[in-house]
Design a protein around this ligand. Structure first.
Ligand SMILES: [Zn+2]
Length: 416
């Protein structure tokens, strides 16, 4: 660590916090990105360090504390209104530094497009933190959403890495922990509740968390959990965004439930459903999507083989719909999308295979159905829908969930 080449970042929110108190000095922490000559100074200890940590000191009086050699980094603060005057010394030598922005300046780029003060108080509940849920969580954090509740009992495995935000360093970690870190990396002020449990087996918790949320993102891999959630959304009058990929991520669909509108059970009842992506060999065998006679090796070939680039457009639509719902009633730029995103269900194709094999080539397709273009579908409430129309208790067992999946694809749909 050579002082003259150091790039130093100082947490401005910490300066403001220190100034609002009455302490003359307080111990702090300087974290070094090792061998990169980059230092980040924080008042609070970070849960995950990124290399060496050195003792640092925040102080009002520079003369007395400078003599204390146990602190390599000294941050001197003069409480001048409205902006304090700050200087940083490394081993007694004054050094240049930059600020890590404070809470209010963090999302200044979103100005006009999103209401950061509105989003700060909104809570997004995300069920399933695979390649979809994890990416959506981080994007919502970037947009300034301030509160999250995260549900997934899985850990990061090798086969997740190609599509997930997780890195090799995250192998074995709970997805809830990995995604929390990623959210806090974008918005250190976000409040994150983690539930590494199977939400389908915790009906009470599902119900109370849905009740506390402003929006629910459903990024699970099965209809049983989607129907479970649907029931709660209807009960609690909450908006839900559902998204998934179909086999080999050849395409996918996004469904938005708005109170009073068609629910996920209506969608299934109308047959607007097609064979979905199999998230793991175990899940595929359980649902019957991978027959017993298929070897593990053959089974692996059909499990989540899609690219991260195939997932992103579907996530993107879910994120836009979520931000639109969360920004309701504001004057923000994103509200113009209200005129465009009027459908309940959106369909996207990445490649002309499986459900989309008969679709037209992109080139000069005109009004014909083609790949890489969104199609909206109006879903009407189903007469006698067991979830949103009557008091019938819903059977969310695996059997009979699909509306004849073998013969059902998007072909019969009148796309708008
Ligand atoms: Zn319904």
């Amino acid at each position: 660590m050579k002082n003259e080449n150091l790039i130093i970042y100082l947490d401005y929110q910490d300066i403001l916090t220190f100034c609002s108190g009455h302490l003359l000095y307080k111990e702090a922490y300087a974290y070094e990105w090792e061998n990169e000559n980059v230092i980040h100074i924080h008042l609070s200890k970070k849960c995950h360090q990124f290399g060496q940590m050195y003792p640092a000191l925040f102080a009002i009086d520079n003369k007395k504390t400078m003599q204390d050699k146990q602190f390599r980094f000294h941050v001197f603060i003069e409480k001048i209104l409205p902006e304090p005057s700050v200087s940083v010394f490394v081993d007694g030598v004054q050094s240049d530094f930059y600020y890590i922005p404070d809470r209010n300046s963090l999302f200044s780029r979103n100005k006009g497009l999103l209401e950061k003060d509105v989003l700060k108080s909104k809570k997004a509940m995300i069920i399933g933190l695979g390649s979809f849920g994890a990416q959506i969580a981080v994007e919502l954090a970037k947009a300034g959403v301030g509160k999250f509740s995260l549900f997934d009992f899985d850990r990061i495995e090798l086969h997740n890495l190609a599509r997930h935000i997780a890195t090799v360093n995250d192998l074995g970690r709970l997805k809830t922990d990995v995604v929390e870190d990623a959210i806090l990396g974008k918005n250190p002020y976000a409040l994150v509740d983690k539930f590494p449990i199977d939400i389908d087996k915790n009906e009470e918790l599902l119900s109370s968390e849905v009740g506390k949320s402003d929006i629910v993102i459903c990024a699970t891999d099965n209809n049983s959990s989607r129907l479970n959630l649907s029931k709660e959304l209807v009960k609690k009058n909450k908006v839900g965004i559902f998204g998934r990929a179909v086999t080999r991520a050849a395409g996918g669909d996004v469904f938005r439930y708005r109170p009073g509108g068609a629910c996920y059970a209506c969608l299934i009842g109308h047959g607007i459903i097609s064979k979905e992506e199999i998230s793991s060999v175990q899940a595929g065998r359980l649902s019957g999507a991978i027959p017993a006679y298929t070897s593990d090796e053959d089974a692996q070939a059909v499990v989540q083989v899609g690219l991260a680039a195939d997932i992103s457009p579907i996530c993107n639509m879910m994120i836009k719909l979520a931000l639109l719902e969360l920004s309701k009633g504001t004057e923000s730029g994103i509200q113009t999308l209200e005129d465009d995103l009027v459908y309940d269900c959106y369909i996207w194709a990445n490649r002309r295979e499986y459900n989309f094999k008969n679709w037209h080539v992109f080139y000069q397709s005109g009004a014909d159905r083609t790949i890489m273009r969104w199609y909206g579908v109006k879903v009407h409430k189903l007469d006698g829908c067991p979830v949103c129309s009557t008091d019938i208790i819903l059977d969310t067992g695996q059997k009979g969930e699909y509306h004849d999946p073998e013969n059902s694809d998007y072909e019969g749909l009148a796309l708008v």
